[in-house]
Ligand binder design. Structure first.
Ligand code: NI
Length: 169
């Protein structure tokens, strides 16, 4: 099933998410639904808080469905190594219409569990490094606009408030 995506302003997006402790059919169904929701929105990553579920769970596919081997399920993930620096434009399904340059590590290694509860490590560079950082941020209640200057962040917030007043958010 495709979930509605929660937009900026919802409290769940700015809270730390709970650790996943049950690796059951419900979790597997949730993971399948999150991929379906992400692909329907043409996203490269989706975190559970973005569908209103405060769990440390995210899915990533930087090929947007082109390569089945590129699908990543991150349960209770942690970044264990960061290297280098990249600055590229970033967006978020919870902030539709807003993009900004965000500085991220060029290369990161994460440790996480998969949907069956098996631990793995994954190293990503460039877009994958960015997606890993962005999604793991979501699980700690951090959105990409928190990485911008206060000036740029306030500008985006003002534009969102304006859109909300117009019923367009
Ligand atoms: Ni996002």
């Amino acid at each position: 099933m495709i979930y509605p995506i929660v937009k900026y302003g919802a409290a769940v997006l700015e809270q730390g998410a709970q650790l996943v402790t049950e690796f059951d059919d419900r979790l597997r169904q949730l993971v399948a639904d999150m991929f379906e929701t992400m692909y329907a929105a043409s996203g490269v990553g989706l975190a559970a808080p973005q569908i209103g579920i405060s769990l440390q769970l995210a899915v990533i596919d930087v090929t947007v469905g082109k390569d089945p081997n590129a699908k990543l399920v991150l349960v209770n993930p942690q970044i264990i190594h960061r290297q280098g620096r990249q600055k590229e434009e970033e967006g978020c399904l919870s902030l539709p219409g807003f993009h900004a340059d965000v500085v991220r590590p060029e290369r990161v290694t994460i440790r996480a569990l998969d949907a069956a509860g098996r631990e793995y490590t994954q190293t990503g560079e460039e877009l994958l490094a960015r997606a890993l950082c962005h999604e793991i941020d979501h699980l700690h209640g951090t959105l990409f606009i928190q990485h911008l200057s206060a000036l740029k962040r306030d500008l985006i917030r003002r534009r969102i408030r304006k859109r909300a007043r117009a019923g367009d958010w």
